[in-house]
Design a protein around this ligand. Sequence first.
Ligand code: G3P
Length: 221
Amino acid sequence: MRLFLDTANVEHIKHGVRLGVVSGVTTNPSLVSQEGKVNYKKLVQKICSVVPGPVSTEVISQDVAGMVAEARQIAKWANNVVVKIPAGLEGVEATHILASEGIQVNFTLCFSVNQALLAALAGAAYVSPFVGRLDDIGEDGMTLVKDIVQVFRQYPEIKTEVIAASIRHPQHCLIAALAGSHIATIPYKVLLQMAKHPMTDAGNARFLEDWRKVMGDVKNI
Ligand code: G3P
C-alpha cells in the first residue's frame, strides 16, 4: 500500500517526502483553507513540485459545466495534478467527460460501494472512500474500503485505485493495508504516530544505557 499525505502544508509534505515514504498528496478545500488565504494555484503548483507523485486538489463548482471548466484549468497547473470531483450524479458526468479527455480524476466524498462503482465506470483514476466520517456517524468506515477493494478485484478491467481517506489514526492505516487498499491518504499527525512505539523508545534507551556503562560516550568502535 502506498501512502499519500492528506494536507496542504508544504513543510509537512517536504518532511514526508524526505522520509521516503510519501508518494502523493491529497488536499480538499478545508485543508487548503487551513493554510490561510493563499493563492490556490501557486500553492498547488508548489506542492506538485515537492511531491514525486499525484497531487489531488478539488473543484469548488457543483454543476457539471463548472466542474469540468475548473478541472480543465487545474489540470494545466502541473503534470502530476489530479482533480478531485465530489461524488453525486454531477460528479459522475463530470468525471466521464474529464476522463475521456485524459484528465486524472479522484472521485471524492465516496460513502458507498455503488458510488465507487460509478466512479470506476466513469473512468476515475482514483476513488476516495471516507473512513473516519462513516465512523463518526456510527458506521464502520473500513468495511466500505474492504468491500470496494473486493468488488474491484473481481473485475480486472477496473483500473481505478482505492484511496482510503478520512484516516484518523494508525489503526485505520493498518486495516486499510490489510484490506488491500492501493493507497491510504493520512494526516501528518498519523504519519508521525506510525513511526512511534513505546517499546522502540524503551529498547533504544536501554541499549544506550548499557553501552555507556561500559564504553562511555565513545561512538566509533
Ligand atoms: O481525504 C479526505 C479527508 O481530508 C477528510 O478527512 O478527517 O476531514 O474526515 P476528515
